[in-house]
Design a protein. Structure first.
Length: 113
């Protein structure tokens, strides 16, 4: 399984970005895809996750600002990030759980104040 993330970049506080992640390889029908992030000097944390059925969960810090969605036919997961804050600055990693965890290469999101 391989994950290819895209969409990171530099944005001003209050702005928006949309991350995308394409999963390829042997993808079982039932899985959970998600986004994690890791800021400098901090541990990697869950941002949002979504199951094949569409059930979602979010970190408290992003609720109401970020929206996770997926296209099952294309094995793609998206993260729409609105009202970005400087504390959202981190490397964002795509993840898929299929009898184990698989990770993308990470995409940097920088939010300037």
């Amino acid at each position: 399984v391989q994950l290819q993330a895209s969409g990171g970049g530099l944005v001003q506080a209050g702005g928006s970005l949309r991350l995308s992640c394409l999963a390829s390889g042997t993808i079982f029908r039932n899985n959970v895809m998600g986004w994690y992030r890791q800021a400098p000097g901090k541990q990697r944390e869950l941002v949002a996750g979504i199951s094949t059925a569409g059930s979602t969960n979010y970190a408290d810090s992003v609720k109401g600002r970020f929206t996770i969605s997926r296209d099952n036919a294309k094995n793609t997961v998206f993260l729409q990030m609105n009202s970005l804050k400087p504390e959202d600055t981190a490397v964002y990693y795509c993840n898929i759980q299929i009898h184990g965890d698989y990770w993308g290469q990470g995409t940097l999101v920088t939010v300037s104040s």
